[in-house]
Design a protein around this ligand. Sequence first.
Ligand SMILES: [Zn+2]
Length: 494
Amino acid sequence: MSEPNTVDEGVAQPKTPLVKEIPPKGADLSEWYQAVCYKAELVSLAPVRGCVVLRPYGFALWERLVAALDERFKATGHENAYFPLLIPEHLLLKEQEHVEGFSPEVAWVTHGGNERLSERLAIRPTSEVIIGPMYADWIRSYRDLPILINQWVNVVRWEKRTRPFLRTTEFLWQEGHTAHASEPEAREEVVRMLDIYREVAQDIAAVPVYTGEKSSSERFAGATHTFSIEALMPDGRALQSGTSHELGQNFARAYDIKFAAEDQSLQYVWTTSWGMSWRMLGALIMVHGDDRGLRMPPKMAPIEAVVVPIVKAGDDRVIHAARDLLAQLKGSGLRVRLDERDLRPGNKFADWEMRGVPIRVELGANDIAAGVATLVRRDKAKGEAGGKVTVALADVASRMTALLEEIQTNMFAQASEFLRTHTIAAGDTAEFFHLLRERAGMIDIPWCGRAQCEAFVKVETSATTRNLRPLDGAATCLACGEPATVRAYFAQSY
Ligand SMILES: [Zn+2]
């Protein structure tokens, strides 16, 4: 399969490639990834540059992520709202650093119908600049603070390449935007939201991450501090999967967002923004999938289990028993499906394995006679101990609930083991550069924190800092030999 997005703007994309066989994951991760995204019907390429269509199975997966995040946002006092897609150019120009950071990837609307607009309208790449003037309007006094708003929207950033979920011109995400009376409150918010991202990545998507602050060159345009969660992909590249920004008073000054404090003094608010996109799904797919296709961690799985009846022609007893079992499982609140398609059982098994459904329930005439069903786990390799269990029909729901928990835990343990064994504290400078060039994983060093040093490493190895954490004790930067100020994970990244 070739990289699909090398055509000119405005020219229709090639059709989504027809994937007959998924290539081995270990040989070429990128080829495996795209094949699995198309064959599992998560996405299709769209007839518009840089965009994908999220198909029902892909959208169902996105909805699981939305639900996990939204529940946590609301539990921490946030409310959802909606701001316009189109941003007048003069608003975008107000925060200088922000506009410089985003201008290379902004898409513009220049015409309304046949008429040229007197002012261009940007299609939101992010919404700080359309939200700023509204907060300026809404906030009068300390009693109006904090404002804790999130929105679930699409954004557009002009991209040269298309990789489903990882890099697309239009993508889905949430963006939180908050305003606070003090810097410590804003900082507390940023840390709280980063922790929600960590929790959802690890406890729901079963993707282990490192959390920490970004270096100044990797910071969000216009932020004073940016924090991220970083996951490690099987090819040794890091994937930034969520970010949380302290914006200081930069946007408050640019958009004149002031409040009367308790002592009557007029002050600028402190703002934050934070976002997680469908990129998180890309991380989940790459981290967990195998040569047979997707593996969904149960808490994210649109379908937790599929019942496959093994029917001999003219025997309806199995179908009836399967429908009864489906009703029992649905009644227990499980997300289940019954596969009654006119296909051989073996083909159904392979199809649901490829789609990553955590548990397959096999039910045949002999099983019914014995009053049992066979449960097959997707997280175990073929033939691995514990991969298949026989359960009394009356106990399938309770056994399944326990098994889903086990699968969730096992998948997180497998992914954590990979991250642990691919996080390497480099022993010296030569080893540091060698490991980065080899894309060996998250390379952990004491670092000087200097932008020049980071730029040099990038030129030499294509790697950048992923995130930073405090250093204990004195040390020397392993990249350049200057005194170290922090510990940093370096890696090549998506
Ligand atoms: Zn250095």
